[in-house]
Design a protein around this ligand. Structure first.
Ligand code: KG4
Ligand code: ZN
Length: 335
């Protein structure tokens, strides 16, 4: 059997990424250029700044992915790129690059849904653990509970009504005077704090499977107004405990609703040590198994995009049109 090489491209937000996948899940390279330093001064991603930087970085990042993989452009058999959801300008940069390469090389192209891409981090890390599973996707841009019935067949059970979980960490951190992104710093501070020091609200805990985190941010603001010398470690630990509580309660509620025993956590917030600790405890108690895909594959990257493109091309016989445009609000596909 001759080897099959897929080039994946991701540019939906503030990471310019390219990766080369050999056959189904042998990852040869996974290059991620993060623009985080560019956006740090604004405390969040500025779409126009992101678009312009993607234009500068996209070709060198693709070249690095090919070089690291030891694969030439002419050896690539398939190209996959994110076409949504995400920021329209950034999406168009990666998508146009992929479509141009596909046309120039005369090879097929697959447009990949970014959320479906995140789910394929699981396929790359645990190729022998197929769906069904219940996935929590918690990142700076998304908070979703997704029932993965089979690859290609998804049902979103829960969504955030306002801020995403990672965004809540970032905004809380900003109020606490921490730099962007604040998630990892809050995680670190929380390890030295008392999570019961402050009784923060658990928004919508018992109300359905949707999330709302913006009230927590307001609670932090009020707390800091009243306690300007607040103990940052306790504040971080109490805030984190509130977010983790809500995420875990709803993840288990959705898994029980669908009678699914396998749980998967992806997105940048999957790195959170408090979340992992609590999840492991709950899972043991409830006889469920939690899978944590490789962290590098949980954050935005192009390896997950390549894996998804390969699956859709190879197993589902798909191919996308070269005039397909970017869709900032693209929904997850159902069967
Ligand atoms: O998936 P990701 O790298 O990018 C997207 O947003 O798509 O996620 C980044 C988000 C940021 O909001 C960051 O603060 C959060 O994930 N994050 C964390 C941790 N590491 C990253 N949040 C909590 N605890 C962490 N250890
Ligand atoms: Zn993402």
């Amino acid at each position: 059997m001759t080897d099959f090489f897929t080039l994946g491209i991701e540019s939906s937000c503030d990471e310019t990424a390219a990766a080369v996948l050999k056959n189904d899940h042998e990852l040869l390279s996974n290059v991620v250029y993060s623009q985080v330093d560019l956006h740090a001064q604004y405390g969040g991603v500025v779409p126009e700044v992101a678009s312009r930087n993607h234009v500068v970085k996209i070709s060198p990042v693709i070249q690095s992915a090919l070089d690291e993989a030891g694969v030439s452009l002419e050896q690539i058999n398939l190209i996959g790129a994110t076409n949504g959801p995400g920021l329209i300008g950034p999406l168009l940069v990666g998508l146009s690059a992929a479509q141009g390469l596909s046309l120039g090389l005369g090879i097929p192209f697959i447009a990949v849904n970014h959320l479906e891409g995140h789910l394929f981090a699981h396929h790359l890390t645990f190729p022998n653990v197929p769906p069904p599973f219940l996935a929590l996707l918690a990142s700076g841009g998304h908070t979703n509970l997704i029932h993965v019935k089979a690859w290609g067949d998804y049902e979103i059970l829960g969504n955030t009504r306002d801020d995403a979980a990672g965004e809540a960490f970032d905004k809380a951190g900003k109020l606490m005077g921490l730099g962007y992104p604040a998630g990892p710093q809050i995680d670190k501070l929380a390890q030295q704090g008392n999570s019961q020091a402050i009784d923060f609200p658990r928004p919508m805990l018992k109300k359905g499977l949707d999330f709302s985190f913006s009230g927590l941010k307001t609670a932090i603001r009020y707390y800091l107004d009243d306690h300007p010398d607040a103990h940052l470690e306790d504040l971080a630990a109490s805030f984190q405990a509130a977010v983790v509580d809500v995420l875990i309660t709803k993840l288990f509620a959705s898994a029980n609703q669908k009678k699914v025993d396998q749980l998967v956590v992806v997105g940048g917030v999957a790195a959170n040590s408090g979340l992992r600790q609590q999840l492991d405890l709950y899972a043991k108690k409830e006889s469920k198994t939690v899978y944590y895909p490789d962290l590098k594959l949980c954050m935005d990257n192009a390896a997950m995009i390549a894996a998804c493109a390969r699956y859709r091309y190879e197993k589902m016989g798909e191919q996308s049109s070269l005039d397909m445009s970017a869709s900032p609000a693209l929904a997850l596909p159902t069967a």
